[in-house]
Write a protein that binds this ligand. Structure first.
Ligand code: HEM
Length: 171
């Protein structure tokens, strides 16, 4: 992700530096796909009667779009449950609302207006944590012990905190 020789030398990884971190960006996209923060987006109400894939939807029906399920749909994603962020490297699939298979920020008129601020915050925080520290699981913990339980709600949060051991890298 970073050149090992230059790691930790700057005081802060900024937005320009982040643009070159292709692998980090792919990992974030992959995480948005499998663990969307707003899994059912914001509910819609139909304005008039319509037909979606053969289903008659009456006017004024509350409709939820399941972004969580879309991100795991084997009809659009090969091996959907696999941790394989490289699938996004060189791919034009993005989360800006034009590719309906990846909609962690929604799409259309009600797409998240904070998308750029949200992405920049996640990228900058993660890049700086990885730039300054090495990260390990606590002794005795294996990747099989990682738990993905969440507290349900319009936005999801981890049920149990992920505890990791951070060691500041020597510059
Ligand atoms: C990683 C960070 C974020 C994620 C994943 C996210 C995701 C979403 C999603 C999925 C929606 C619903 C879109 C839809 O139903 O089509 C939404 C709506 C919204 N988001 Fe975000 N968001 C993030 C950050 C932000 C930030 C930083 C702001 C403001 C500074 C923001 C403000 C809003 C607002 C105001 C709406 C409602 C838009 C409307 O209904 O017209 N979001 N967001």
């Amino acid at each position: 992700m970073f050149e090992e020789s230059s790691r930790g030398k700057k005081s802060f990884v900024n937005e320009d530096d982040v643009q070159g971190l292709i692998h980090l960006k792919a990992v974030i996209k992959k995480t948005f796909r499998l663990q969307p923060i707003v899994p059912l987006l914001v509910p819609r109400e139909t304005m008039r009667k319509c037909n979606i894939s053969g289903y008659e939807i009456p006017a004024k029906t509350l409709v939820y779009v399941n972004a969580w399920a879309v991100g795991r749909d084997s009809e659009v994603w090969e091996n959907p449950k696999e941790f394989y962020p490289e699938r996004f490297i060189g791919s034009s699939v993005d989360y800006k609302g034009l590719n309906f298979e990846l909609i962690p920020f929604g799409a259309g008129r009600r797409i998240c207006p904070g998308i750029h601020m949200g992405v920049a915050s996640v990228e900058l925080a993660l890049a700086n944590l990885l730039y300054k520290f090495d990260w390990e699981m606590p002794t005795g913990m294996n990747k099989e012990d990682l738990d993905f339980e969440v507290v349900p709600g319009i936005t999801v949060h981890k049920k149990n905190a992920l505890c990791l051991v951070a060691s500041k890298i020597n510059v």
